[in-house]
Ligand binder design. Structure first.
Ligand code: FES
Length: 152
């Protein structure tokens, strides 16, 4: 049976009835068509699905949508300020922080959290914080460079 749920997503409140078994990731992608958030593994191993919930980094494949009732979710679509890219998005472009791009939305959401949560003081700290975001293309050095630039 569907249950009522209200989540603020990228500044817009969505009040809906949802299947209590659906993950936040599937709600975003399948129901709200916010497909910037990617599904890689669907079990917490890759980081492609990373979003912010009340400002904290979360793997959206590991949380049921209903558990986010009353919370604020930010996805990659909500990061830019209108037509102006978020500084982290601009830094990823400048430093070639991606190749195929599939992991990039999750990388950027984690990268923003990395600085906000105070784990960007040196390369080791950044790599540790970012270790849950897998990049098959191996763009890690460029991702670290992008984070270090924004941290400055
Ligand atoms: Fe969520 Fe891989 S899809 S961690």
């Amino acid at each position: 049976e569907n249950v009522p749920c209200s989540i603020e997503i990228n500044g817009t409140k969505h009040t809906m009835k949802i299947d209590p078994r659906i993950t936040l990731l599937d709600l975003l992608r399948e129901r709200l068509h916010l497909t910037g958030t990617k599904k890689g593994c669907d079990y917490g191993q890759c980081g492609a699905c990373t979003v912010h919930v009340d400002g904290q980094r979360v793997n959206s494949c590991l949380t049921l949508a209903v558990m986010n009732d009353g919370k604020k979710v930010t996805t990659i679509e909500g990061l830019a300020n209108g037509s102006e890219l978020h500084p982290m998005q601009a830094a990823f472009i400048k430093h070639d922080g991606f190749q195929c791009g599939y992991c990039t939305p999750g990388q950027i959401m984690s990268a923003v959290a990395c600085i906000r949560e105070g784990h960007a003081d040196n390369e080791g700290e950044i790599r540790e914080f970012m270790s849950g975001n897998i990049c098959r293309c191996g763009a890690y050095p460029n991702i670290v460079a992008a984070i270090q630039e924004v941290k400055k």
